[in-house]
Design a protein around this ligand. Structure first.
Ligand SMILES: [Zn+2]
Length: 73
C-alpha cells in the first residue's frame, strides 16, 4: 500500500506521509525534527576566567617577592 505523497511546507521537498510519522503532517521528516542543536554550554555561566586567574597569580607572586625582599633587607 503506497503512502500519500505530500510536499513539505518548509523545504518544498516531496515526502511520503507515513501514518506513524512524528511531527507535522505537512512537513518532511527532517523539517519535523525539533530545532535543538544549540549547545548547552552556550548558556552555561562563565565560571572560569583564565585572565582573572592570571592576574590573581601575578598579584600573589608580587606579594611573595615583596615578602622575600623585606626579609633580606
Ligand atoms: Zn522539509
Amino acid at each position: 500500500m503506497p503512502f500519500p505523497i505530500r510536499t513539505c511546507v518548509v523545504c518544498h521537498e516531496e515526502f511520503e506521509l507515513h501514518p506513524d510519522k512524528p511531527g507535522f503532517a505537512n512537513r518532511c521528516p527532517s523539517c519535523s525534527e525539533p530545532e535543538s542543536t544549540e549547545p548547552a554550554a552556550a548558556n552555561a555561566p562563565d565560571v572560569f576566567d583564565p585572565k582573572a586567574e592570571r592576574e590573581v597569580n601575578a598579584a600573589r607572586r608580587r606579594a611573595i617577592r615583596d615578602l622575600l625582599y623585606r626579609k633580606d633587607s
